[in-house]
Design a protein around this ligand. Structure first.
Ligand SMILES: NC(=O)c1ccc[n+]([C@@H]2O[C@H](COP(=O)([O-])OP(=O)(O)OC[C@H]3O[C@@H](n4cnc5c(N)ncnc54)[C@H](O)[C@@H]3O)[C@@H](O)[C@H]2O)c1
Length: 246
């Protein structure tokens, strides 16, 4: 098992990509904190029923105090945090002109600020232990701009890509690696709201001619936080069936 003895915090892991990552990490021996605004403890309980080690933390990641106290609790109970996966994210639809200030601020708050709160509270612990891995779940939209989503979504993911590279540069000397994943067209609730017409157009444009699975993102996440990726930092890995090759 690749993550035996490790403690992993995965945000937005009650469902979708985050849940697949949390499950795979737990199966690889990690103790996993399932952080989500809804359903965190239900998902953790289902993992415990399988004999895996997980606990739910029902918080909204935009609540800075709640993030800090969650991280404090995890370190107090489990002693350390080795892996942080900033996965929780939301999307907005429509053009910039359709977007009001409240929606703009909410997307930036969840996709950027929540990530910042977790990094800020976890990094001191990783620096003390001189090791750690941070993995930020970005999006293809952060690399090439939004195709059909609202421009605020790609803007928030572009910020995450830059944060990933900045932290990778600044934390390398402390033994901390920071990477990202830029998925596209993964079967989750986020893509379930697409019309049939949009889904056909998206799949048509993908060289592998299908949608991706959350479990396929989880496999890449496991690789990036494992010792197998020990010389990789500042990378933002495409998982998109070949749609964007950069
Ligand atoms: N599905 C895709 O095709 C796709 C493509 C590119 C990027 N992504 C990114 O992958 C990540 C996961 O997406 P998904 O498709 O699994 O989405 P999802 O909607 O299925 O799951 C997102 C999870 O995050 C949680 N969450 C959202 N806001 C939160 C908050 N403020 N506090 C705590 N938890 C919160 C939700 O409750 C949910 O459990 C997101 O960052 C998303 O932007 C997804």
């Amino acid at each position: 098992m690749e993550l035996e003895g490790k403690v992993a915090v995965v945000t937005g892991s009650a469902k979708g990509i985050g849940k697949a990552i949390a499950e795979l990490f737990a199966r690889q021996g990690a103790t996993v904190a399932i952080v989500d605004r809804a359903g965190a403890e239900d998902t953790a309980r289902a993992l415990r029923v399988e004999g895996l080690d997980a606990q739910g933390f029902g918080i909204d990641i935009t609540d800075m105090e709640a993030v800090y106290s969650t991280v404090d609790t995890i370190v107090r109970e489990w002693g350390h945090i080795d892996i942080l996966v900033n996965n929780a994210g939301i999307i907005a639809r429509g053009s910039l002109l359709d977007l009001d200030q409240r929606q703009w601020l909410r997307v930036m708050d969840v996709n950027v600020n929540g990530n910042f709160y977790f990094c800020k509270s976890v990094i001191p612990h990783m620096m003390r232990q001189k090791s750690g891995c941070i993995l930020n779940i970005s999006s293809i939209a952060g690399k090439m701009g939004d195709i059909t989503a609202s421009p605020v979504y790609g803007t928030s993911k572009g910020a995450i890509n830059t944060l990933t590279k900045s932290l990778a540069r600044q934390l390398a000397e402390h033994g901390i690696r920071v990477n990202g994943i830029a998925p596209h067209a993964i079967e989750t609730d986020m893509s379930a709201e697409w019309s049939e017409e949009k889904r056909r157009a998206v799949v048509d444009a993908i060289p592998l001619k299908r949608m991706g699975k959350a479990e396929e993102v989880a496999e890449a996440a496991l690789f990036l936080v494992s010792e197998r990726a020990s010389f990789i930092t500042g990378e933002i890995l495409n998982i998109n069936g070949g749609y964007l090759m950069d």
